[in-house]
Write a protein that binds this ligand. Sequence first.
Ligand code: NAI
Length: 441
Amino acid sequence: MAEKIFIIGGGPGGYVTAIKAAQAGMDVTIAEKAAFGGTCLNRGCIPTKSLLHVTSFLTQNYSRMGISFDKMTYDLDKFRKWKDSSVRKAVLGVEMLLKKNGIKILREKAHVVSSGKVETETGVHKADRIVIASGSNVIIPGFIKDRDDVWTSDNALELSEIPTRLLIIGAGVIGVEIATIYSRLGSEVHLFDMLEKPGGADIDTEIANELEKSLKAMRIKLHLGKAIKAIKGNTIIVEGEEISGDRIMAAIGRCADIKGRHSEIEIDTNTKKIRTNKEYETTLSRVYAIGDVIDGPMLAHKASHDGVRLIDLLNGRAASSGEMTSVFYTSPEIASSGMTESQARDSFGDIKISVFPVSANPRANCTKELRGMVKLICTEKKLIGAHIMSEHASEMIWAFSYFIKNGTDIDDIKETVFPHPTFSESIGEAMLGLEGPMLHL
Ligand code: NAI
């Protein structure tokens, strides 16, 4: 008889685990209390990328290339419908895949009762294995707890209004992506962060400096190195300075959704996430956890990767973890894999660094976006970090997940033939620069 697996949560972690488990011949049930696709499809990646795409046309000036408009206008209602249709298509796609794979769907809240039992609103379900993939929620800082009018990314993505002046607390990935959307829509955006640079704590410093320049080029006003501890009405008070806006938004991070957790499932007191062993098993036998609720970056693709690995491990296929990639969908995009320069120096001391500027790339030269760089970091022979700020960076970074994980020798990578003219040629140049002169610099 097929092994029964019950998955709690239908986001990119849960639904991918369910499909993978069904493909492995398991008897799968998945419970989702809201919409399938979770934060990523409904309130995160998909609506954000949809709005970043439509708004990208608004600020383009093509007059130097011979294209001019009398007047550029936009219809906010149609933007919203466009974004909603992207979300709807993605969610329906997930539901279709679950059904196609014969997965039992419960549209209910579920929680673990014991090692082999899950309770939902309509009953108790037995399973050989249980997977918790309940994701995360936006962190609401104490000083705005009782303020319904303060936005989170959920509200910002509804596109209910375009504030004349939008004040965003937190210049991490959500802060800068929402700032980009609203500044293109005409808001005067102010970004506040307690760090000295935008992009959050894990970004490479040189890339953060470039991000700062690109945000300033969009006329986004940065207030860095100052922790926000209080707001008064629509005014942010920071180190004696008061800045007023029409709307305040908080983007200071997310926290694991572990409400209703079984008491025998231990939590790491530092991360406030579920503790698991290397095989994703929690402290309650045969109960597993993946994605945002466990250690590691809170990324949709990380959650899906966890789910695929878990099912491989349960089915006796050894699966080592891949090297993570991350992307800021700013203009230009920023994508990274592996260590930052300072992490590499701390771990290895002596490292090699090569930086090729996008301004020297022939394909970039045919467009208007000359900002950015490819920065590669290696030990004597192995790549350990890659940071790409360029058009289409999100489409190029995957190769470094492979190179870094597999410890590929840079002599082997150097033989790669990059098509001309492409943005990816900057990667080839940066690789040359690890051991000698670059050709186009
Ligand atoms: P984040 O952790 O990336 O950035 C939060 C920022 O807020 C940090 O720079 C921090 O210094 C600042 N901050 C915190 N408290 C503050 C205060 N009181 N005053 C001033 N600054 C303060 O978190 P974010 O942007 O909310 O994103 C949450 C999660 O969602 C991240 O873990 C990210 O991985 C994920 N995500 C990923 C996306 C992508 O891959 N493109 C897009 C959106 C979210």
